[in-house]
Design a protein around this ligand. Structure first.
Ligand SMILES: C[S@@+](CC[C@H](N)C(=O)[O-])C[C@H]1O[C@@H](n2cnc3c(N)ncnc32)[C@H](O)[C@@H]1O
Length: 243
């Protein structure tokens, strides 16, 4: 069981993190452009009429807001961007206001709680970007298992996951398949980042209340735990940990 002191959220400056997007050609800048293109594709093919979108751990919303600002369907989209960092939320809120996106709300809330999405689901577009690299494998599967309660039939989910070993992108895809999602787009495996797009081919489930989707551990902590486990295994193999 994790305690709050273990959580990366309290350690990392998630406002500064966004500056990496401003470095031209950087991995994060390329990932952002890829995510924006996928969101744009989803809007291109969306049915006419009002649309709903949610973004988990939305940060400053640079992915969704940039597309809504420039896409002809942007005004059709009601959206909720959920992030714990009040500064990021303020940036997203101001940007949406400046762009005249009146149906977009940015809220300072815990995106891991399913109640955070109440009233904005089932959604036509779900963003889980910058999430799967920061939570355990079990929580990736758990979060995806709740997506049928967050998605409308035919909904698009855009997600990201880094490609560092062990590359979990195939695992993420398997989790989606188990929940009746079809893969519609996947980034080149040669890229350092993974971006995937899945379409929901099942029936929406009722929204359960009070459920936790994940615990945001943080990438550095996850990697430290994995290498400590690997070190302990290799010590055991060398007999160093024997009683
Ligand atoms: C890697 S950034 C991703 C931001 C954005 N989705 C993107 O891709 O540009 C992770 C974000 O998760 C937020 N965060 C961490 N734990 C959270 C939680 N439990 N609920 C909501 N946001 C959280 C952080 O504040 C940070 O903005």
């Amino acid at each position: 069981m994790l305690d709050v002191g273990e959580l990366d959220w309290v350690e990392r400056d998630w406002v500064d993190w966004h500056q990496l997007y401003d470095v031209p050609g950087s991995m994060l800048a390329r990932r952002l452009a890829t995510v924006q293109d996928r969101i744009s594709d989803a809007l291109d093919t969306a049915l006419p009429g009002p649309l709903r979108a949610i973004s988990m751990c939305a940060g400053q919303g640079r992915d969704l807001l940039t597309v809504l600002e420039r896409h002809q369907r942007g005004g059709d989209v009601s959206a909720r961007l959920v992030d714990l960092d009040p500064c990021n939320v303020a940036v997203a809120w101001q940007r949406a206001a400046d762009a005249g996106l009146k149906k977009v709300e940015a809220v300072a809330d815990d995106a891991s709680l399913i109640d955070a999405y109440d009233g904005m689901v089932p959604a036509d577009l779900v963003l889980a970007c910058g999430v799967f690299g920061n939570i355990t494998d079990a929580d990736i599967a758990r979060t995806i298992s709740y997506l049928p309660a967050l998605c409308s039939p035919g909904a698009t989910v855009v997600w990201t996951r880094h490609r560092r070993p062990p590359d979990l992108v195939p695992f993420v895809c398997d989790c989606f398949t188990e929940q009746q999602f079809e893969l519609t787009w996947l980034s080149d495996p040669a890229e350092q980042f993974g971006v995937g797009v899945h379409r929901f081919a099942g029936r929406s489930q009722p929204l359960p209340q009070g459920e936790r989707l994940f615990t945001f551990v943080g990438q550095k902590k996850l990697e430290a735990r994995a290498s400590s486990r690997a070190g302990s295994t290799s010590r055991q193999q060398r007999g160093e940990d024997r009683d």
